[in-house]
Design a protein around this ligand. Structure first.
Ligand code: ATP
Ligand code: MG
Length: 268
């Protein structure tokens, strides 16, 4: 299920489902398998048109608690696309040169060029989320950032970049299962970071920070989409459908050739 946050609306995350099945019986439901395949094929077509037309851009912002599936979405939904026109960027805590600039500097530099589809794994939203929960900058500073972010995204929109913001909504219990799995399965050990447990201990603070963030930064041109994400297969279908609908609305077109294809004959 996807909940679109209307500008200024209050959100209560605990009232939104994390485990929606979207009408399918389960991950082996033939309809679910067929729908995902069709959506991914359609997404590939539309992305090729976006890339070939090189007139508009699409920026997908992925935010979530640890282990909510940002990497899974990138692999399953963005993975099959034409890598020439797709870029993924994962934002970590700012370091080196990044830390010497304002918080939007590194973000703006990674925004898509014309024709490109860029996916952000975390984003400028960390600067009003983790920064707030861990008290990394004073409230007087981070609380002014909502307005900066809205103005920044409005500028991107006005200049031809569609901004789609997605929050993968999982339950604390499901996060617990996934983190435990990262400890139990040797091949998944690399995904575990002991610091994830410090963040998990602040679960309620993060949920509250997210709720305020949705209320302050869901705008007409760049609303937040809250996606039920406990069931990975349902999450992938929901995100794929959202991206297809967004691109259909953008309706990118192949460029007109700058020659007459009918006037040229190569084979006799
Ligand atoms: P996974 O869910 O697979 O662990 P991840 O996105 O958590 O992926 P990590 O490398 O584990 O990736 O973590 C990146 C860390 O960087 C996160 O804890 C995030 O909160 C932090 N981070 C990102 N941007 C900022 C920022 N602007 N200020 C402070 N911390 C940030
Ligand atoms: Mg992490």
């Amino acid at each position: 299920m996807i909940t679109v946050v209307h500008p200024g609306a209050k959100v209560s995350l605990r009232d939104l489902p994390t485990d929606a099945r979207n009408g399918y019986s389960g991950k082996d439901d033939p309809q679910a398998i067929e729908d995902l395949a069709k959506l991914l094929a359609r997404l590939s077509e539309l992305q090729e048109r976006l890339m070939a037309g090189a007139k508009q851009s699409l920026l997908v912002v992925l935010q979530a608690m640890d282990a909510a599936g940002k990497d899974g979405v990138l692999r399953k939904v963005a993975g099959p696309l034409d890598s020439r026109g797709v870029s993924v960027y994962s934002f970590k805590a700012p370091a080196g040169e990044e830390a010497g600039h304002d918080y939007l500097w590194r973000v703006h530099a990674r925004c898509p060029r014309k024709g490109e589809l860029t996916l952000f794994n975390r984003s400028h939203y960390e600067d009003v989320l983790v920064v707030r929960v861990l008290d990394l900058v004073p409230k007087a500073r981070w609380s002014r950032r909502f307005d900066h972010i809205n103005a920044f995204e409005e500028m991107l929109h006005d200049e031809g970049t569609r901004v789609v913001k997605i929050f993968l909504h999982i339950s604390k219990a499901e996060q617990g299962r996934r983190l435990q799995e990262r400890l139990d399965i040797p091949e998944k050990n690399w995904k575990f970071d002991p610091r994830d447990l410090d963040m998990r201990a602040k679960w309620d603070d993060f949920q509250e920070a997210y709720e305020d963030c949705f209320e302050r930064t869901s705008t007409q041109h760049a609303p937040w989409h809250i996606v039920s994400a406990d069931r990975k297969w349902a999450r992938d279908i929901a995100v794929a459908r959202l991206l297809v609908e967004t691109l259909e609305d953008m309706d990118p077109q192949y460029p007109e050739p700058n020659y007459d294809p009918k006037a040229i004959k190569i084979l006799p």
